[in-house]
Design a protein around this ligand. Structure first.
Ligand SMILES: NC(=O)C1=CN([C@@H]2O[C@H](COP(=O)(O)OP(=O)(O)OC[C@H]3O[C@@H](n4cnc5c(N)ncnc54)[C@H](OP(=O)(O)O)[C@@H]3O)[C@@H](O)[C@H]2O)C=CC1
Ligand SMILES: CC(C)CCC[C@@H](C)[C@H]1CC[C@H]2C3=C(CC[C@]12C)[C@@]1(C)CCC(=O)C[C@@H]1CC3
Length: 312
């Protein structure tokens, strides 16, 4: 049976590697590459078709960092079996070299290489919706996409699965419920990934959890040979699992052994359920504000267009 799989951020890295693996795994897969850069998306499609000549690969223009783009893209979808929320950014990362060398000679060294805890800061900025860019791309745009597609994802009698790419860098201490966009801090990436872990829990509670399952695979390597193929391990593994065998409180880790063998390991997440609910309601409030602003902006643009055509 044909299975429709949407992958955000499919033009490179882990998203593209996942697409390649899915086409190799299942000839019935119909892929939809949801990408912001049309040129890169076309190149990714050509690369996939070179190795899978008869594959069905569609392109969907989607910039998850723009609410308008998300709303437009969501209109096009008519069936979803899997939706991989994979697009993500870490702009201008700065490595704290001092902390790196201190960590190198401490008992925390393995954890440091696995999670980059205390090593990385990023420079964030505002996007055209007036939101912090990292929050908007890694979390909010995908949240709006789920909200918009909820009727399609939660149809009775049809099981859709949503899989969100998280990170070992997701850290509770980087996130504040009073600053969900991370306007004040210097670790927006870590904050956005922890927020997506929390949100996956809240979404499973607030949407029909039997139908919509949100997992957060974590990409982690204990060797230096991390490749997008390795990184896509848990994403690929989740494609093969029965929904009832998955735990919404777990995060599914892509791991690579010292011998280079890839495997997936679930680990229970350390998440405060009440805080996850507060985050969910804050995101819904923000959704209302952003949608209202967008309507006003569009109305202003239309009025401006009318004015221009009147004076011509
Ligand atoms: N690499 C790693 O070690 C790890 C990565 N991750 C996560 O895995 C995911 C994939 O990362 P990775 O493959 O490494 O990184 P890449 O930079 O290779 O890929 C990121 C993808 O996301 C897309 N993207 C970025 N911003 C947007 C946007 N606004 N709208 C639509 N698409 C967008 C990019 O598209 P474009 O070509 O247009 O830029 C690109 O296709 C991310 O969520 C990342 O946080 C998690 C743990 C570790
Ligand atoms: C100072 C330099 C000589 C060496 C710096 C090493 C670091 C660049 C890397 C060590 C752990 C890495 C890591 C990531 C980025 C690169 C490191 C900080 C990630 C944060 C990338 C994105 C993720 O989602 C998780 C990764 C964890 C490990």
């Amino acid at each position: 049976m044909e299975r429709v799989v949407i992958v955000t951020g499919a033009s490179s890295g882990i998203g593209l590697a996942l697409c390649e693996r899915l086409l190799t795994e299942d000839k019935q897969v119909r892929l939809c590459l949801a990408c912001r850069n049309v040129q890169r998306a076309k190149a990714a499609r050509s690369a996939l078709l070179t190795s899978h000549t008869n594959a069905r690969v569609d392109l969907l223009h989607l910039d998850v960092g723009s609410v308008e783009s998300v709303l437009n893209a969501a209109k096009v979808a008519n069936r979803i079996d899997f939706m991989y929320l994979n697009a993500g950014i870490m702009p201008n990362p700065q490595v704290d070299v001092g902390a790196f060398f201190k960590g190198l000679f401490s008992s925390n060294v393995i954890n440091m290489f696995a999670t980059a805890e205390g090593l990385l800061t990023q420079q964030d900025r505002l996007n055209s919706d007036g939101l912090q860019e990292v929050f908007a791309t890694n979390l909010f745009g995908h949240f709006i996409l789920i909200r918009e597609l909820e009727p399609l994802l939660c149809q009775t009698g049809h099981t859709s699965r949503v899989v969100w790419t998280s990170s070992s860098n997701a850290r509770r201490s980087a996130f504040s419920i009073n600053d969900i966009q991370h306007r004040e801090g210097t670790e927006p990436y870590s904050s956005s990934k922890y927020a997506s872990d929390m949100l996956s829990l809240a979404l499973n509670r607030n949407m029909n959890s039997q139908v919509c399952l949100v997992c957060s695979p974590l990409i982690f390597t204990n060797t230096f040979t991390l490749t997008p193929y390795n990184g896509a391990e848990a994403l690929h593994w989740l494609f093969l699992q029965k929904p009832e065998s998955l735990d919404p409180r777990a995060k599914y880790h892509s791991l690579t052994s010292g011998l280079g063998k890839n495997y997936t390991k679930p680990r229970l997440m350390d998440i405060d359920g009440e805080m996850a609910e507060v985050l969910f309601s804050k995101l819904r409030e923000l959704e209302k504000v952003v949608r209202r602003n967008l309507c006003e902006r569009n109305a202003d643009n239309e009025a401006h267009q009318r004015y221009l055509s009147d004076i011509e």
